[in-house]
Write a protein that binds this ligand. Structure first.
Ligand code: AMP
Length: 270
């Protein structure tokens, strides 16, 4: 990496947990557009899974991942072993306060510490010029930005838009868990929060819209973890979406699969 940079080539880095889909590949394309060299890591980070979560069953498909990345001319695929990232005696944790107290941080308290710890380590190992993260995990993107700022890690964090299936479902490695019937129902999450965001952007009351969306989704079979409208930068609760850029954030279980999604509240006028 440093060799490339000494020759004046910029390095873009995309950290992933593998089972790559078009969402991941869109980030690789963003890195490739902005940089001469592109590095992708595939590492299923045990520290961001709680004991009851799906670490053991998380989808893995290394051969197909490598093939997909080769087609995009990825310069380096980094697939470290768990022991090399967390050797015996590893005892450091990176914790980002504030942003992590809400949404996914509330329902998965271990999660962002695991993410921040591994992303800090990967960024320091690789020291790319930019690192690209998806807005699919919008809170994660903000947490990584905050961490990089706080720790003076000299890397620019770039966000990439959410890539969706044709029916609106946000692409996710975990979508592979959905049964046929659940897969059919799953796009309703995006449809509902999009409708809500449009209504709120048009002046409808946030509380009323949240209640209606919550009831629609629950009736259809979703078990809602959270459904909230929050500030797009600070993640503070928003009472009036006309005042600041806001987003609708949702997480819900469909059977055993946890789906997350978010959309911006459109702003009327200028
Ligand atoms: P993961 O492998 O789930 O840890 O995700 C690796 C990166 O890909 C993260 O920055 C995610 O936000 C991003 N990502 C996952 N799904 C999507 C998607 N549907 N659209 C855009 N980015 C995504």
């Amino acid at each position: 990496m440093a060799g490339w940079q000494r020759e004046g080539q910029r390095v873009g880095f995309v950290p992933t947990m593998g089972a790559l889909h078009e969402g991941h590949l869109s980030l690789v394309r963003i890195a490739a557009q902005q940089c001469e060299r592109c590095v992708v890591s595939i590492f299923i980070n045990p520290k961001q899974f709680a004991a009851h979560e799906d670490l053991d069953t998380y989808p893995r498909d290394e051969a197909s991942d490598i093939e997909k990345l080769a087609r995009l001319n990825t310069d380096l695929i980094y697939m470290p072993a768990v022991d090399s990232i967390y050797p015996p005696g590893f005892s450091t944790r990176v914790e980002v306060d504030g942003l992590t107290g809400v949404l996914c941080g509330k329902s998965r308290p271990h999660f962002f510490t695991g993410v921040a710890t591994v992303v800090a380590k990967l960024l320091i190992q690789c020291l790319p010029d930019i690192a690209v993260f998806g807005e699919k995990d919008y809170q994660q993107l903000l947490v990584v930005r905050q961490m990089v700022r706080d720790l003076d890690i000299p890397v620019e964090i770039v966000g990439g838009p959410i890539i969706r299936e044709e029916d609106g479902l946000a692409m996710s490695s975990r979508n592979a868990y959905l049964t046929k019937a659940e897969r059919k129902l799953a796009p309703m999450l995006h449809a509902t929060i999009s409708r809500m965001a449009a209504a709120i952007g048009g002046g409808a009351g946030i509380r009323e819209e949240l209640a209606k969306a919550r009831s629609d989704l629950t009736k259809a079979g979703f078990v809602i973890d959270y459904l909230e409208v929050r500030d797009a930068e600070t993640l503070e609760s928003v009472a009036d979406a006309a005042l600041r850029p806001a987003r609708v954030f949702a997480a819900a279980l469909l059977g055993k699969t946890r789906l997350i999604d978010n959309v911006p509240v459109p702003r009327s006028g200028g």
